[in-house]
Design a protein around this ligand. Structure first.
Ligand code: SF4
Ligand code: SF4
Length: 300
């Protein structure tokens, strides 16, 4: 079973309990304005180009069969419209200015990597987390990966946006010890505006997991000027309070790390003027949610 991933992050401490290895899968059905992993959007491998690292050697122009790299007036110009993502230019680039994002890997390969840190999982209560992108977009691969992790006795988490078929979610649920379930916006109209999709299916799937008795942490990205509103905070608190298997609410403060990555993918970043919120602002968000629910609220 082969899947496309874009990272295996070791010693992760923010993707579930204990020390974990997080496997990031490519492909996502949502396109959140604040996404900090824009390289996860497309399922196929793609190219990062960091012009600050380019030394102007023109090896990429020699390697590319499609003429994507040109040097008018000595300046490197990368025409992505003709690129077929073959990776030849990235393979030859001496300064890593060009880099292929996305690797085809087997379940066995990934598990070999994940199991290297078993001792840390056992001493910290950690395990393996699958994230993305949206892991459910590569359903067969994600299911096989989770099954394999459970066969090896690992604790498993899955971070999901919840925008998937209910049947598929039911199928993976027996192999997931804890769902890290995104809840991005209470207003249906704003949800569509911010993420590109309706939140109806997401809420239905969340209730399904709750009714199945799955443990769930609600993960709430809070983005200044977009969803740092009282009605959304009330929506988070109400939702968590009504679902007995939601054990915790995580507030994920906005960070602008997607901006540089979007530039390296040749894409516009939707929120160029936003910066990190101050710590007192984040604590204020947490307090406003916590005042309306008995479910613990923590900063992610
Ligand atoms: S191969 Fe790399 S360093 Fe050389 S010109 Fe191309 S992008 Fe720049
Ligand atoms: S990935 Fe392949 S097609 Fe795309 S620019 Fe590089 S060499 Fe050309």
């Amino acid at each position: 079973m082969i899947g496309t991933i874009f990272n295996i992050q070791k010693f992760s401490i923010n993707d579930g309990p204990g020390i974990r290895t997080t496997v990031f899968l490519k492909g996502c059905p949502l396109h959140c304005l604040w996404c900090h992993n824009p390289e996860s959007h497309r399922i196929e491998p793609e190219l990062f180009y960091n012009e600050n690292k380019c030394v102007g050697c023109r090896e990429c122009a020699r390697a590319c069969p499609y003429g994507c790299h040109t040097f008018p007036d000595g300046k490197h110009c990368f025409d992505r419209s003709r690129c077929i993502q073959c990776g030849k230019c990235a393979d030859i680039c001496p300064s890593a200015a060009l880099e292929t994002v996305g690797m085809r890997r087997s379940v066995e390969d990934i598990m070999t990597e994940v199991l290297k840190d078993r001792v840390f999982y056992e001493t910290s209560g950690g395990g393996m987390t699958v994230s993305g992108g949206e892991p459910m977009l590569q359903f067969d691969f994600t299911l096989a990966l989770l099954k394999s992790a459970k066969e090896h006795g690992l604790h498993t988490c899955m971070e999901t946006c919840g925008y998937t078929d209910e049947d598929k979610l039911r199928a993976v649920a027996p192999y997931v010890d804890l769902f890290l379930y995104d809840y991005k916006e209470t207003s249906p109209a704003r949800h569509k505006q911010y993420t590109g999709v309706s939140n109806r299916r997401i809420l239905k799937n969340l209730r399904t997991l709750n009714d199945m008795g799955c443990d769930i942490v609600l993960r709430c990205p809070i983005i200044p000027t977009l969803n740092d509103r009282d009605d959304h905070f009330a929506g988070i608190a109400t939702l968590a309070s009504r679902l007995p298997h939601v054990t915790e609410i995580n507030v994920e403060p906005y960070h602008p790390l997607g901006s540089g990555k979007a530039a390296m993918l040749g894409r516009e970043y939707a929120l160029p003027d936003l910066t990190f919120p101050a710590e007192e602002t984040v604590q204020d968000w947490i307090a406003r949610i916590a005042a309306q629910t008995s479910v613990p609220v923590k900063k992610a």
